[in-house]
Write a protein that binds this ligand. Structure first.
Ligand code: GTP
Length: 501
């Protein structure tokens, strides 16, 4: 994840500081020096880093902190606030309203991902019932119109452009006019990529803006933008009224600090992030959860949303009932695997938990574990209903195992390995036996039933250790209660137990 390394370094600096018996000025300075180094290494602009550390020092007055105050928490909070301030200047951007025509113009450096992002933005709104349209005012890059046309056609979004007209101002104005007449409520204007050194192109961008009178100008920026980020972004802001930012390619491994600087230069909030080349790899951006995850402080609301997204509430009681009776079948394991795959990268989900940073989850291992899950599912596809619904592994005789291996095109030892995995999970789940199941509509009661003791029994030891042992777990559960109760123990354990092995 972009910025993961930065987040990891900052978390480590804070951790080191909290290991000190007394936090005095010297310890604080050392910690801030570490944080400064991490920010500079990640390409954050020097002035921004200096301002940030000055502000932290101003907020954290060690003399004023009464004994007993959790100094680490206060410092961590100050770092958190400063990073949030960079990504969100405090004033929200213009938000288009459904049914009311708005013009949104996209600008940015060459290759930043504008054309791709325009379509993602249109598609996102189309799915929510808007009537978007795309105008290609990029006459500079050969193929830009074709690219937009192709994307728009795929998403069934109307588009406007020309192979012959070379004046982008004219195309933009005509396109906007056309779509206004067609009652489109979100008219998106894609422009050519340009650098601040290209004065003529900047003048052209200003003219496109003048001709189309956009309600919102979005600055699209590639997360791998380096040290030059601040000046480039500032140049855009000075020429057109940039009101929001979209950071693309957040799925890569860029250092990402340049993007932080560029956002600061535009004094505009980040509203979406691009997380892949596909149309739906596009997410609404929320500053606090993002920074929280970055610093390994967790994102409870995101975590809960993800869980509810994967298993709808109405499907949970039935499963819990079976588990409380001690019936962990292969079919349940299959469904668990389906949930895990639906949930997307496990690392991303774990990074929402306090104490876990995305950095901790090696990408390679994640791919491997997903491939394994898919392999197991293929083998289970060759099983009979009776086998899937039984919780008696003895049913799986040698001849059945050979049959399943043949049917799924896998090796016998692989089927046996899958059965071992089933037994391991069944053992973990057997500890759920006797759990009191809340009635429908009483799901939050589950969080009361599910005490830390119960949880500690089912979590893999290394996971429990990372959470901070029993104490950490109790804290975690307390926070869960504060967030309205855990959605389902099944989901939580499904991920811990079945996800990352
Ligand atoms: N991995 C990844 N790739 C992306 C993302 N957004 C865009 N891209 C890729 O980045 C490349 C450039 O994207 P374009 O949309 O063509 O960029 P552009 O800003 O319109 O380019 P110019 O018109 O030359 O300025 C393409 O290969 C896209 O598929 C993203 O979020 N993640």
């Amino acid at each position: 994840m972009v910025l993961a390394q930065l987040g990891g370094s900052i978390s480590r600096a804070l951790q080191q500081m909290s290991n000190a018996t007394i936090i005095d000025e010297k310890v604080l300075n050392e910690c801030l020096n570490e944080i400064t180094r991490a920010l500079l290494q990640a390409d954050v602009q020097f002035k921004l880093v200096r301002d940030m550390t000055t502000n932290i020092k101003k907020i954290v007055n060690l003399d004023d902190l009464a004994a007993g105050h959790n100094k680490r928490r206060i410092i961590q909070q100050a770092v958190f606030n400063e990073l949030c301030k960079i990504l969100d200047p405090g004033k929200p951007s213009f938000t288009p309203k459904k049914g009311k025509p708005s013009v949104v113009m996209f600008v940015g450096l060459q290759g930043s991902g504008k054309t791709t992002t325009c379509t993602k933005y249109a598609y996102y709104h189309q799915k929510k019932g808007w009537k978007p349209a795309l105008v290609c005012a990029d006459t500079f890059r050969a193929g830009a119109f074709d690219q937009l046309k192709q994307n728009a056609t795929k998403a069934k979004i109307p588009f406007y452009g020309s192979y012959t007209e070379s004046d982008p101002v004219r195309i933009a104005a005509e396109g906007v006019e056309t779509f206004k007449k067609e009652n489109c409520d979100l008219i998106i204007v894609d422009t050519s990529g340009r650098h601040k050194q290209e004065a003529a192109l900047f003048e052209e961008m200003r003219q496109v803006s003048e001709a189309t009178e956009p309600d919102l100008v979005i600055f699209v920026m590639d997360s791998s933008i380096g040290q030059a980020a601040f000046d480039q972004a500032q140049a855009f802001k000075q020429s057109v009224a940039v009101g929001a930012v979209i950071v693309t390619k957040m799925d890569g491994h860029a250092k990402g600090g340049g993007a932080l600087s560029a956002v600061a230069a535009t004094k505009s909030p980040v509203i979406f992030i691009g997380t892949g080349e596909h149309m739906d790899e596009f997410e609404v951006f929320d500053v606090k959860p993002f920074v929280s995850r970055l610093l390994g402080m967790g994102d409870w609301s995101g975590f809960m949303d993800k869980i509810h997204e994967v298993v709808p509430m109405d499907q949970q009681p039935e499963l819990l009932q079976k588990l409380s009776e001690g019936h962990f079948t292969l079919r349940i394991m299959y469904e668990q695997f389906q949930n895990i795959l639906k949930m997307g990268p496990i690392g991303q989900v774990f990074s929402m938990l306090p104490g876990f940073s995305a950095e901790l989850m090696p990408k390679g291992r994640e791919k491997e574990s997903q491939a394994k899950i898919k392999r197991y599912m293929t083998m289970m596809d060759s099983m009979t209903n009776e086998e899937l619904d039984s919780s008696n592994p003895k049913l799986m005789t040698e001849s059945r195992i050979m049959r399943i291996a043949r049917g799924s095109g896998r090796q016998v030892h692989e089927v046996m390995e899958m059965m071992e995995e089933y037994k391991r999970l069944a053992k973990i789940w057997s500890k759920m036996k006797g759990l009191k199941i809340p009635k429908k509509g009483e799901m939050s009661a589950l969080s009361r039933n599910m005490n830390a003791q119960h949880m500690s029994k089912v979590l893999p030891p290394q996971m429990l250790k990372q959470i901070g042992g029993m104490g950490g777990l109790q804290n975690l559960m307390k926070q869960m209660g504060g967030m309205g109760g855990m959605g389902s123990a099944k989901d939580m354990m499904g991920m811990f137990g079945g996800g990352d092995k």
